[in-house]
Design a protein around this ligand. Structure first.
Ligand SMILES: C[S@@+](CC[C@H](N)C(=O)[O-])C[C@H]1O[C@@H](n2cnc3c(N)ncnc32)[C@H](O)[C@@H]1O
Length: 589
């Protein structure tokens, strides 16, 4: 393993909004449209609105391509599409914050609205609508309503005023959108309050269309200078499995202080049941079907997750049983990691052989490791277990290759789509006009445990992978060895430093980029352009930072103008959810 080495905040004025009581005992509001950048917030009444730093208030730094930054663009776009301007929107956020103890006033803002028509989806999969301002009919408010989709007419409870929008809970669907069919909902118990899934009421083809739009909008918002030069965004590639696909789940629990106090006092028999599951998205009331689990807690107690693989759901049952007795030993809340682990065994392996082979995994009531079997070929079968130890090495079997990685390091979470993605990446790494006899090379920046490096290694002379996590680099080298791949070298270090040690001829080299959500660093993009590879395949779980990076690469780097975007499309790694993985292919002109 080789190691590489790298080479004024605005203050918020604190001021109570100017208000006075009038004769009929209601409060007059300042009607000046808010300056969304500098709300005047009463320091004492709204301590958590801002962070204290040396006695001064400072605004939290917002990542433009993170959920809040993206929503900001989506709101601006919606307002424009409705022929409104930012000045037409009035939320009185500071006024509401400063008067949060005035129930009468707050109830005018935080209210139930009927017949709200949902106009668009955010890229987080939540409905957006525009309603009249509660007190001033010359102004409007943008409302975000989880679990609603465009075309729905709904009843919503608006409960939280923010700078650019008001957050709401869905109470009732008065008239459903033509795209909605609640019969499709597979997760009968939790869909509609669990924050994990957004789209179960939609047909799968419609989900793919929505994700195509998400990719297109990402480039519209974050690559506006080059948008007119881009090819049309391709159709989103669907996942072969649309349920029971997720190979990693992280149920968690909160441990309120009163529990600890009761445990300390030895009042174990009085302890109420603690929820172990996933976060709740607000307090929606729209699902009225039998069996639906209503909750008012932050964490919903989840017994089964319909997007988790079968073995993870068995693991969840095992761990919930253990948790019921164990949680008194915890001192604060926590997360339980459930990771699928795939062992490749001989087709004739018996139950005894399997139990002997398995060393670690979630155990059933008889303390035996739970597993499920899956046929894979005439002589092999896959035996899947659920791993809970974050340090354990787990295994995945993709396209006939075995990949091992440490359970809490990055690995893709939907095995069923990986063969399609790998095939697509391989095809797009091809460099035109290079003869079959000429050697080609691959650089895999952000290579993790070597998934793409190893899967694409057969078509090239040499692969260089770079990765910042030492555990992943170690695993990548071992994965190459275990799959008898000899042409891969893995370097430990930041992708930003990779080009110092790359000696492959750039005309014959393709580069894979698969960075974390925040995207690539500008230094890296400038070095990538200076290196000038023949082909770039950029894979990303955040299409917004991908779009930003692609624009930066093309417009701000030395050789950027020598490239064109050949194709952009999404891959649906996470059906039923709003997530989409973007793959953008760039080639040198
Ligand atoms: C989205 S994962 C992709 C991993 C791999 N391509 C795969 O599909 O399994 C991003 C990887 O980039 C690594 N990483 C994060 N920042 C990095 C940096 N500055 N340089 C190199 N690797 C980095 C992370 O440790 C993680 O393994």
């Amino acid at each position: 393993m080789t190691t590489l080495e790298a080479t004024s905040k605005p203050k918020i004025t604190v001021e109570v909004a100017n208000e006075e009581k009038n004769g009929d005992n209601s409060l007059k509001r300042s009607l000046t449209p808010q300056n969304k950048d500098e709300p005047h917030i009463d320091k004492k009444k709204y301590k958590r609105a801002v962070k204290v730093n040396n006695g001064q208030y400072k605004k939290p730094k917002i990542d433009a391509t993170g959920p809040i930054g993206v929503l900001d663009k989506e709101i601006t776009s919606l307002i424009r599409a409705e022929n409104l301007t930012s000045d037409s929107i009035l939320n009185d956020v500071a006024y509401v914050m400063n008067n949060k103890d005035n129930e009468e006033l707050i109830s005018q803002y935080h209210r139930v609205e009927e017949n709200v028509r949902v106009l668009r989806l955010t890229s987080s999969g939540e409905g957006m609508a525009i309603v009249d301002h509660p007190l001033d009919k010359t102004h409007k408010q943008v409302v975000i309503i989880p679990f609603s989709i465009p075309g729905d007419v709904v009843k919503a409870r608006l409960f939280k005023t923010l700078n650019r929008y008001v957050q709401a809970d869905l109470l009732e669907i008065t008239t459903p959108s033509l795209k909605r069919n609640d019969e499709r909902i597979t997760c009968k118990k939790y869909f509609g309050s669990c924050s994990g899934c957004q789209y179960q009421m939609m047909d799968y083809d419609e989900q793919l269309r929505v994700k195509r739009k998400t990719v297109e909008n990402a480039y519209k918002y974050f690559a506006p200078e080059i948008f007119h030069l881009l090819p049309e965004v391709g159709d989103t590639v669907g996942s072969p499995l649309q349920f029971n696909y997720r190979t990693k789940l992280t149920p968690h629990f909160d441990l309120p202080r009163r529990y600890l106090k009761m445990v300390k006092r030895g009042e174990l028999e009085k302890l109420p049941k603690l929820a172990l599951g996933f976060g709740c998205r607000g307090k929606p009331e729209w699902r009225k079907t039998e069996g639906f689990v209503e909750t008012t807690r932050h964490v919903i107690d989840i017994e089964e997750c319909s997007i988790g693989t079968k073995i993870l759901n068995i693991g969840l049952t095992n761990e919930r049983r253990a948790f019921k007795d164990d949680y008194v030993n915890y001192r604060k809340g926590g997360t339980i990691l459930l990771r699928e682990n795939t062992n490749v065994l001989n087709k004739n392996a018996t139950e005894e052989d399997i139990q002997r082979e398995l060393t670690e995994g979630s155990r059933n009531e008889d303390t035996k490791i739970s597993y499920i079997e899956e046929d894979v070929s005439a002589d092999k079968k896959l035996v899947k277990t659920c791993v809970t130890d974050t340090k354990q090495v787990v295994s995945e079997y993709i396209n006939g290759l075995t990949f091992k990685f440490v359970a809490n390091e990055f690995f893709q979470n939907n095995d069923s789509i990986l063969p399609l993605v790998i095939d697509y990446v391989k095809q797009n790494l091809m460099i035109p006009n290079v003869k079959e006899t000429e050697a080609r090379y691959l650089v895999d920046a952000y290579c993790g445990s070597g998934l793409f490096s190893i899967s694409c290694s057969q078509d090239v002379e040499k692969v260089i992978g770079v990765e910042v996590s030492a555990d992943s680099v170690k695993m990548a080298s071992k994965n190459a060895e275990r799959n008898s791949i000899k042409n891969c070298t893995f370097l430990l270090g930041k992708a930003e430093c990779i080009f110092e040690s790359i000696d492959t001829p750039s005309d014959f080299t393709s580069v894979i980029l698969d960075p974390p959500r925040k995207g690539c660093d500008e230094i890296f993009l400038r070095q990538l352009a200076a290196y000038n590879p023949a082909k770039i395949v950029y894979i990303s779980c955040n299409v917004h930072s991908q779009a930003r990076d692609v624009q930066y690469f093309l417009t701000e780097t030395e050789n950027g103008c020598k490239y064109k975007v050949e194709s952009i499309r999404g891959f649906d790694f996470f059906p039923q959810t709003h997530h989409v993985e973007g793959v953008c292919v760039l080639s040198r002109l």
